[in-house]
Design a protein around this ligand. Structure first.
Ligand SMILES: [Zn+2]
Length: 54
């Protein structure tokens, strides 16, 4: 399945995370303690803080 018309073989996000951008679950983790934004299922936040890896 292509995500937004990007073939999977050249989709960097799909290569790194194994799924497309629109498939990542942002709801199950909660909010970032640093910036209060949603955190994705890998515990990464756009602010650079993350809960999983130091
Ligand atoms: Zn954050």
């Amino acid at each position: 399945m292509d995500i937004e018309g990007i073939p999977q073989e050249i989709d960097d996000h799909h290569m790194i995370f194994g799924k497309g951008v629109t498939e990542v679950d942002y709801e199950s983790i909660g909010l970032c303690p640093f910036c209060n934004s949603r955190i994705d299922e890998f515990s990464y936040c756009a602010c650079g803080g993350n809960l999983g890896v130091s």
